[in-house]
Design a protein around this ligand. Structure first.
Ligand code: 0X9
Ligand code: ZN
Length: 703
């Protein structure tokens, strides 16, 4: 089976227990062949959540090429993955990646959660959530709750239907919240909150919906919320992927039956359950299959996960690049083209038709606040030919990300720091419009945990009690209305005139570009004055860029040689005694077999903290790269796993990088002023983030 050393062997637990097992240590013995899934049929196999060891970035990239269902729960040396079939197990083992099973049978876990949820709901009349709900909503519940919000607060809430129906023929709804929501658009900034791009991530819709209820119920009572709602329009679409969610939410129930009926009947076993479906209901690219056929179509793949497009890889921003698959059956399948799916088209049109100054798209899980970019800054999209670098607004994006993470206790970081993704929601929305965009990964360890955890994550628990995502979202809404983070146009124009801002631009995909048309409008108030909160005219993606190039000559270098017998290791010490941009450690030896390298930093008390490691395949040499290494003493550990030539060479080098700047472009909005359907004036408008610009529209008032 596994070609690797014992450290690399998969630590597999028996399938079928309902306990959440602790991650077993890497030295656990190999399990019998049956437990690898290799002898189970696809129907017998139960989906598992496993932790795959990825000590190096190369390991992460290798893992990404396997077409497995990666979660966002990942750290610098691991990624959690859902295994759906015996073939998934085989792929992981063949790649030589070691893993430990964390939830051995997700379907049993599903049944267990259902029991906890039923017990909680039975014991609870009203939860502390804004809505008082004590259980996950179904799709029908979402629609009913949104309709009720509108019915009970008609001046404050408008139910909206997004322009495109889902592939299975469903309408997709949201709510728009604002003072005098049915009145004309007076140019307030829009805050967008999205949920359930990924079918199984139920809390992502719950939090979006609860935030909508929170704003509406507290409007007029809570001065902070009243002020925020008065100064914005808030659009909440709690379930973007309605088809996938409906399947995940309702097919999970079958799991209960199967567990009760151990061994199962043909029918039930033939329905593996869609509780862990991720993608949408695309069954064949380019074809809209008949409405209502998604459920049947999904049965062709285990857990329904093989069919569909990953909506969070289908947006246009760097679409087609790393961290997204071009294979239909893969969990991160990007779709036939950028925005090929009705669900992403809906969000594209929503964001292109307003000034969305801040957007949050909710996912589960991993307790993260992720900001752009989706791809590491050293990567070079062929469409641009230069490294991506950090997003133009990195400082401001980080400040808000950190502030939000301080409320919910999550980790604030770039999306790419876990693994690369392209075609995600904010990869597009930020690049195309300049509006701030974040992905929240809600909850510590499950796609849809027991419901009480959803409540804790929303309201905050423990040291975050009273804050949680509720407070983080409020900070995001405060950012959305803060003119310092967007742009403002002011002036005078005929009362009732329609002002439009338009821009047609090319948004880079990975290898080419797509055309985006941003087309927005507002109505001048009866006093003939306007204040329009808008996104900056120049998109971040065409702004000037700092590019780091590592110099070819090291500024310091030391070479060590040594002899280490099999299954032993040797430590060498190297001191980083200056500021450097890059620390490279390379381990080389003469035979094509197996040594590994681990790098530690020595703490003041002499203890060692691992800061890097490299365990490549047999025959490959080992290399660790550390960016901006802290000064101090490092221990470089050469480990002989299976090398017949015990003599090795270690080279430690420090490099500086040169920063150069690539000039940017200036873009303008085209502003038109219309009276009675006639364009009376057209002006180009160039406005930067944080700027307030007075626009002279006198000509619009003249006949
Ligand atoms: O992979 C994803 O789409 C997200 N993780 S999840 O487990 N919910 O599927 C995270 C995407 C992170 N990347 C960007 N937002 N760019
Ligand atoms: Zn997700």
């Amino acid at each position: 089976m596994n070609p690797r050393s014992p450290r690399r062997r998969a630590a597999l637990c028996a399938v079928g227990t309902a306990v959440l097992v602790a991650v077993t240590t890497a030295t656990a013995p190999a399990a019998p062949a049956a437990a690898t899934g290799g002898e189970l049929t696809a129907e017998e196999f139960r989906p598992q959540l496993v932790t795959v060891d990825t000590p190096t970035r190369e390991d992460k990239r290798l893992l990404q090429t396997l077409g497995l269902d990666l979660t966002e729960h990942a750290g610098h040396d691991y990624v959690e993955v859902v295994l759906h079939s015996p073939a998934d197990v085989t792929a992981l083992l063949a790649a030589g990646l070691s893993y430990a099973v964390r939830i051995p049978d997700l379907l049993v876990r599903e049944a267990e959660n259902s029991r906890v949820n039923a017990a909680y709901a039975a014991a609870t009349t009203t939860s502390p959530l804004p809505s008082g709900r004590d259980a996950y909503r179904t799709l029908a519940d979402y629609d009913a709750d949104m309709a009720a919000l509108e019915r009970d607060h008609p001046d404050l809430v408008e139910l909206i239907t997004l322009p495109h129906r889902s592939l299975d023929g469903r309408e997709i709804h949201g709510v728009e919240i604002g003072a005098d929501v049915r009145g004309p658009d007076r140019g307030l900034p829009t805050f967008v909150m999205l949920g359930v791009h990924h079918a199984r991530e139920w809390p992502s819709g719950e939090h979006a919906m609860e935030f909508a209820v929170d704003l509406v119920e507290n409007y007029g009572n809570d001065p902070r919320i009243t002020d925020l709602v008065n100064r914005s329009r808030v659009v909440v679409v709690p379930v973007v992927n309605v088809d996938g969610f409906e399947l995940s939410r309702t097919d999970g129930g079958l799991v209960d039956l199967r567990e009760v009926d151990q061994g199962g009947t043909g029918t039930i076993l033939g329905t593996p359950g869609n509780a862990y479906k991720r993608k949408n209901c695309r069954l064949v690219d380019g074809q809209d299959t008949p409405d209502g056929t998604c459920r049947a179509g999904s049965l062709t793949s285990p857990g329904g996960y093989g069919t569909g497009v990953d909506l969070n890889r289908n947006y246009g921003g760097y679409w087609g690049g790393p961290g997204a698959s071009d294979l239909f059956a893969d969990p991160t399948y990007r779709g036939a083209a950028a925005f090929s799916e009705p669900e992403t088209q809906n969000i594209r049109e929503l964001v292109s038709g307003r000034h969305v100054t801040t957007l949050i798209t909710n996912h589960t899980f991993s307790n993260l606040v992720l900001r752009p970019g989706g791809v590491a800054p050293d990567q070079v999209p062929p469409s641009e030919g230069i490294p991506l670098g950090d997003p133009y607004d990195e400082a401001a994006l980080k400040a808000l990300g950190d502030a939000m993470a301080a409320q919910n206790g999550y980790t604030s970081q770039h999306a790419w720091e876990l693994y690369d993704t392209t075609g995600s929601t904010e990869d597009w929305s930020y690049n195309a419009t300049g509006g701030f965009g974040y992905t929240f990964e809600i909850g510590p360890d499950e796609f849809h945990p027991p419901f009480p955890q959803v409540i804790d994550e929303y309201l905050g628990a423990g040291e975050h009690a009273g804050r949680g995502n509720r407070e983080a979202y409020l900070l995001a809404l405060e950012n959305a209305v803060n003119p310092a983070t967007h742009s403002v146009l002011t002036g005078k124009a005929p009362a009732g005139a329609t002002l439009r801002l338009r821009k047609t631009v090319a948004t880079p995909t990975w290898t080419g570009s797509i055309e985006d048309t941003l087309d927005t409008a507002m109505t001048v108030g009866p006093d003939g004055r306007f204040t329009w909160h808008v996104n900056p005219s120049t998109r971040p993606v065409v702004k000037d860029r700092q590019v780091e190039t590592v110099s070819s000559e090291p500024v310091a270098q030391e070479t060590f040689t040594g002899t280490t017998l099999p299954l032993q290791s040797t430590d060498s010490e190297f001191t980083v005694d200056r500021d450097a941009d890059l620390f490279e450690i390379v381990l080389d030896w003469p035979t094509p077999d197996d040594m590994d390298l681990e790098v530690y930093r020595k703490n003041a008390d002499g203890s060692l903290e691992q800061v890097g490691g490299s365990g490549n395949f047999v025959g490959e040499k080992e290399r660790v790269l550390l960016q901006d290494p802290a000064q101090g003493t490092y221990v470089l550990r050469a480990i002989n796993f299976a090398s017949v030539a015990p003599t090795w060479t270690l080279t430690a080098s420090l490099f500086d990088a040169e920063s150069s700047s690539v000039p940017g472009l200036v873009e303008n909005w085209t502003l038109t002023c219309e009276v009675a359907g006639q364009v009376r004036q057209t002006v180009p408008v160039v406005v930067d983030r944080g700027q307030q610009l007075r626009v002279d529209l006198k000509a619009c008032g003249r006949r």
